[in-house]
Ligand binder design. Sequence first.
Ligand SMILES: NC(=O)c1ccc[n+]([C@@H]2O[C@H](COP(=O)([O-])OP(=O)(O)OC[C@H]3O[C@@H](n4cnc5c(N)ncnc54)[C@H](O)[C@@H]3O)[C@@H](O)[C@H]2O)c1
Length: 261
Amino acid sequence: MGSDRMNSGTAVITGGAGHLGQAIAESLASRGLVVVLSDLSIERVEEAVATIKAKERNADSIDIRGCAADVADEESVARLMETAALFGGIDVVVNNAGVEGPVATTDALDLNDLRAVYEVNVLGTLSVIKQALPHLRSSPNARVVNIASGAGLAGAAYMTAYNSSKHAVVGITRCVARELAADGIPVNAVCPGCVSSPMMGRIEREMARLGGTASVTYESAIPAGRYADAAEVANLVGYLATEAPKYLTGAALLIDGGLYA
Ligand SMILES: NC(=O)c1ccc[n+]([C@@H]2O[C@H](COP(=O)([O-])OP(=O)(O)OC[C@H]3O[C@@H](n4cnc5c(N)ncnc54)[C@H](O)[C@@H]3O)[C@@H](O)[C@H]2O)c1
């Protein structure tokens, strides 16, 4: 740990080996938090930690540890919290794990696919908050950031599973924020529009398949004319996790280049 590093606590991030997750872990670590990066498999976790450290000029200046955890499994979440607490308590939780689920017409929706999406995006988010709460309550710097989506604030044809799950993430954010406001724990949702990422690529390919077209892209619908970089979203998450006013709570902050403006 670098001596000039301002340590402002420990942050747990779920889905941290993914595209956005790695950028968020990097942003949190560069702001002085000890980061516990978790994802489904320990191999992917270790690879992600190594990738982030390799990008850092002074790898000793950031502190990132790894832990495998499945947010859809309550016991696995309990083990994640136990492990993270060993690193000095839990101050920040970033619920980033998410799956896009099926891109399908409503008649073709398989309810089991819908359940699988809700298990991760909705119940996983709630389970992590619930199990982190005893730790958060004993931290003076406790904050929760949930990665929802523009899909949590608007509908999209053929995206019923994903969009409804992200609406639930926004709903969870608002309810828990109201509940924890008196404890001084801000709870906010970040709602990215389209991020240049493998997940967006998968959705575009499925949309094209469903529409019978060669390809689908949304750049022309975005006033900024481009998708977001993961780092742009990660910086907003880092801000909310550390220095944003604590009075900012219960918000669902769009970062979408004006898409939903
Ligand atoms: N990519 C976008 O354009 C975009 C836009 C808006 C919101 N989001 C949201 O941002 C978050 C990150 O997305 P991304 O683009 O990095 O996707 P990604 O697929 O690269 O990352 C998601 C990560 O979550 C992990 N994960 C899945 N199920 C899990 C489980 N049960 N337990 C623990 N981890 C699990 C995956 O292994 C993966 O590493 C997601 O919540 C997504 O819905 C993404």
